[in-house]
Ligand binder design. Structure first.
Ligand code: ZN
Length: 304
């Protein structure tokens, strides 16, 4: 327990030596669970035996955090609803249930933050109680989903979609009207491996502040459906000779949407740069300060 407490208090404000101690302890307990449902670490529990990419450099993280001001815009609580679904793909990939367990604990550590969870798709009551809904699951689209999402957006709600959550099955155009771009089952382009995301299109967007080029080992999608002229492009990847959208925001009416196509491998969620971007996206979608989650990005993260 002492170790866990040390890790949870780990902060970038510690000296490099203390950071090193924290990291060493982190490696020792990464993925260990106290029970089936209670993660004691904010590290994803299973990489499926695959070798993760090198840990992120602390210099990169410090550069991305430059100019941070976590002063809240108000005392308002941010209510976040995380939505997952049954795991698909291989071990260490698309582990939505593990993400739900770990990230519901992680986000709840931020001040003035309430986190709830839902499975597959929220009920109207669950959606009504949320400021931001974050989907990490295999997506789908139908009339019932449209009704709830349209109502949520009309009230100024925030939506975040990670990776395959942008799947619109046979109705990608309808889905894209709500989130900017969406994928059609079987028609999407995809590539696993080294990604080099170019954030220069978003130099003045608060979500991508200080991001220029970031490398991840994850998955890109392209050949998405929808009108790409309507999104605020944050980051692109060069695929088949074109700069394809991988991160974007979209503002349908009063609502706010943030989308991350990467999110295939579980190690990506342990990368402080990915956490920073995703957490900024969650905060921005809810109309809050994008720096409100900064103290969470290093907890049990892969950084050196
Ligand atoms: Zn994937």
């Amino acid at each position: 327990m002492v170790k866990c407490r040390l890790l949870e208090n780990g902060s970038r404000r510690f000296s490099p030596t203390i950071r090193g101690t924290v990291l060493l302890a982190m490696v020792c307990i990464a993925g260990r669970y106290a029970g089936a449902d209670e993660p004691t670490s904010f590290h994803m529990p299973d990489y499926g035996g695959m070798t993760p990419p090198p840990a992120r450099s602390m210099d990169d993280v410090d550069a991305a955090l430059k100019g941070e001001d976590p002063t809240p815009k108000s005392d308002e609580v941010l209510k976040v609803l995380l939505v997952a679904g049954p795991k698909d793909h291989n071990l260490g990939e698309h582990d939505y249930p593990a993400w739900l367990k770990v990230w519901s604990k992680l986000l709840a550590k931020a001040p003035r933050t309430e986190v709830a969870t839902a499975w597959l798709f929220p009920t109207p009551e669950e959606a009504d109680a949320a400021d931001v809904i974050v989907f990490y699951q295999k997506g789908d689209w139908n009339d019932a989903r449209a009704e709830l999402i349209d109502r949520f957006l009309a009230h100024g709600g925030g939506l975040v979609y990670i990776h395959w959550a942008v799947n619109g099955n046979e109705q990608p155009e309808q889905f894209a009207k709500r989130i900017g771009l969406a994928s059609k089952a079987g028609a999407v382009g995809y590539r696993h491996g080294e990604l080099n995301i170019d954030f220069t299109p978003a130099s003045d967007h608060p979500v991508a502040r200080n991001f220029a080029g970031v490398e991840w080992r994850d998955e890109t999608y392209w050949r998405l459906r929808g009108d790409a002229t309507q999104i605020d492009l944050l980051g692109t990847s060069r695929e088949e000779g074109e700069d394809t959208p991988q991160f974007w925001t979209y503002q349908p009416g009063k609502g706010r949407v943030f989308v991350s196509i990467p999110g295939h491998y579980m190690w990506t969620f342990d990368d402080p740069m990915f956490r920073l971007l995703l957490m900024r996206g969650i905060a921005w979608s809810g109309g809050h300060n994008v720096d409100r989650f900064n103290d969470l990005i290093l907890l049990d993260a892969r950084v050196e």
